[in-house]
Design a protein around this ligand. Sequence first.
Ligand code: F1P
Length: 354
Amino acid sequence: MSKNPVSEKGATYHEIMSQTEAWQGALTAVANQTQAIAELWRSGQYKNVVFTGCGSTYYLSLAAAALWQEFIQIPAKGVPAGELFLYPTATYGPAAPGRTLLVAISRSGTTTETVVAAQGFRAAGRGEVIVITNYGDTPLARAGNYVIAIPEGQEESVAQTRSFSSMYIAVTALVLTLAGREDLLAAMPNLPAIGNKLMESYAPAARTLGENLGLDRFYFLGSGPRYGLASEVNLKMKEMTLTHSEPFHFFEFRHGPMSMVTDSAAVIGLLSDEKWELESAVLTEMADLGGHTFALAEEKGDVCFHSGLPAAVRNVLYLPILQLMAFYRAKAKGLNPDRPANLTAVVQLDLENH
Ligand code: F1P
């Protein structure tokens, strides 16, 4: 899929390490569409927003909806595209007295559920569709009213890394653009350099954690806009390393899941600044139960971003080190991270007669 050369460590490693180039591409792609999207938003008079995708891009939809609601006072939710196809009424909810904006997210632009959901949405006259993708000439792109395409995020690998973070950057820039937050948008071009430095500094820590085969279960904790990101890194562990893993909201972890904590459990926290004490207390409790904890944070964690960037802008920084951890674990288990078991890069279904 990708035009880029692949390093000797394989496609996934190359895609993780080069992802910051795609971040820049995402910022440019959104900047090029700013006027058109702002006009669509203004004239649409939307009453609610639905983000959709499948797998990684469903998790991206969760992260996007949370970010949206933090900045724009219009209800948003993230839903799997398959649910929009199977149970549209239950998934969209009661017809709002107004129009809906659908943001359909897909690396490939060819996942059947997402394409069918976007086409069905337009055919039903629910509103307009913005597509966020890495491939601009696809069935999904053709189903959109506007397309934000980031070719720099294209990939050889099945598991999404560079593509995911590039589309997440695009979503962040889109939300901040529509919220009129030029102050936060202006900080985004700093991300690639900070991301590169982060990977350089913490690749050894990612490797140590990834190669620890004494760990047999991974829990990723993230709250608010970070829950979708915790879900995505949980998926990386499943796809690339065939390891049992789950995402949870921080406080939810105490409500049952903590019974799974043993000395072979890794509990990884995507800590905010705002609620650092309350969130890190969960990690401390899990360490007391014998769990192996690992924290990512702006200032106080095992991985420190030291980005100096506002919280909403820097969320993407939680991804690269945990993607690298999954890469190293796959290698340590003798697996090929580029080719996960039982998976293809795209799921295509015949839904014509249903
Ligand atoms: C979505 C996706 C991937 C996943 C898997 C199948 O694809 O679910 O997230 O890793 O290999 O496809 P896309 O619609 O974003 O291209």
